[in-house]
Design a binder for this molecule. Structure first.
Ligand code: HEC
Ligand code: HEC
Length: 333
């Protein structure tokens, strides 16, 4: 009995000590570690995952968010531009959904203010999933298991696009990649990255990359011109931020991409103009900073960039409920 009491006491004391333990602190650097994502509502996240993998949100019944943001390949499709409804080629390279919550806004031009605002877009985009919000809802509403899930999470009988995008966003919030070797170094493990990788990070700061690629996502904190020092002439048709603001000075400004997991998400740039990370680094040095890097400098920076690959989300494939006689049929046209 006495043993049990003192054991209980020890557990209690340990509990208090471990609860009051301060958050792990990281080095004072312009890049911050990816925090472990906390799940507040596991049921909502699970529903969001189902919807992320749900091809019936598309007109053809064939394309899901995961088609273009494949969680097996870094949350992107690794294609120059995505393939949408009826094999249409999209106008721009698909960014990764991994760590997208750390972006100041969504899309290359920032036209969606957050993940929920973004998630309604592709469903109704004629070149992507080519459905309508009305049709997508009609499909979900025809499947009793979905009706029950929405009812239990949102207390609604009639599903609306609000709940659909809220659940998808809740799932995307969990798609973070903590524990990269670079983050281990940020948390004080001196041996987590090699001397070459450390030299690469030093160059990344000295040369000025970090002015634009910083914060938790190593990007996503500002809009910047592609072609600051030298005009980028390969693609003069995609105007970037200008399309949103119509300000002349926003032409060719893009949301600075996240460099987390960058080795997994080739091809690079909004126009997918290179598949080679070394070349991408050289283009940046030349067009953004007006510098020529030596081969050795390029290699060191790339070695550093590869330390930004973190633990990929562990996904258990969701099992989706079957359609019913009431479910509107897929339409390939
Ligand atoms: C047909 C391919 C395709 C499908 C399907 C698709 N996306 Fe995308 N997604 C893209 C492309 C291409 C972009 C970039 C478009 C742009 O910036 O103009 C993008 C951008 C995004 C972004 C912004 C990321 C960033 O860094 O700005 C998020 C988040 C996202 N998609 C989530 C989703 C979700 C959620 C779904 C399902 C509801 C979905 N996507 C369906 C191709 C697709
Ligand atoms: C003035 C701001 C700025 C500076 C400085 C800068 N970048 Fe960038 N970076 C951007 C922008 C904006 C893009 C997106 C360009 C596009 O595709 O439209 C980008 C894209 C990239 C990409 C491709 C990302 C992807 O997902 O396609 C890599 C890699 C990259 N930068 C690395 C670097 C490195 C390394 C340096 C330093 C040598 C650097 N950047 C300096 C703003 C900057």
């Amino acid at each position: 009995m006495k043993f049990i009491k003192s054991f209980a006491f020890a557990v209690l004391v340990f509990g208090i000590i471990s609860c009051s333990k301060p958050e792990k602190t990281s080095r004072d650097e312009p890049i911050k570690p990816v925090p472990i994502s906390k799940i507040d509502n596991a049921q909502k996240v699970e529903l969001g995952k189902m919807l992320f993998f749900e091809p019936r949100l598309s007109k053809s019944g064939f394309i899901s968010c995961n088609s273009c943001h494949n969680l097996s390949t870094g949350g992107a499709d690794n294609l120059p531009s995505s393939i949408g409804h009826g094999w249409q080629l999209g106008p721009i390279n698909s960014p990764t959904v991994l760590n997208a919550k750390f972006n100041l806004a969504q899309f290359w031009d920032g036209r969606a203010k957050d993940l929920q605002d973004q998630a309604g877009g592709p469903i109704a985009n004629p070149g992507e999933m080519a459905s309508t919000h009305t049709l997508a809802i009609e499909i979900l509403q025809s499947i009793p298991q979905y009706v029950d899930l929405f009812k239990s999470i949102y207390s609604v009988d009639k599903i609306t696009i609000e709940e659909v995008t809220d659940a998808i966003a809740a799932f995307e919030e969990t798609l973070t990649t903590p524990n990269s070797r670079f983050d281990q170094w940020l948390f004080g493990d001196e041996n987590a990255i090699t001397d070459v990788e450390k030299a690469g990070y030093a160059l990344f700061k000295e040369k000025g990359c970090v002015a634009c690629h910083n914060g938790v996502g190593v990007g996503g904190t500002s809009y910047q011109k592609f072609g600051v020092v030298k005009a980028y002439e390969k693609d003069t048709e995609t105007l970037g931020r200008f399309d949103v603001t119509k300000n002349e000075q926003d032409k060719y400004f893009f949301k600075v991409p996240l460099l987390r997991n960058i080795e997994l998400t080739a091809p690079y740039f909004h126009d997918a103009s290179t598949v080679d990370l070394v070349e991408a680094v050289q283009v940046m040095a030349e067009y953004q900073l007006g510098q020529q890097l030596t081969q050795d400098e390029q290699n060191k920076i790339v070695a550093f960039l590869k330390t930004l690959t973190g633990d990929q989300p562990v996904i258990t494939y969701p099992i989706l409920p079957p359609s019913t006689a009431k479910t509107p049929p897929p339409d390939r046209n």
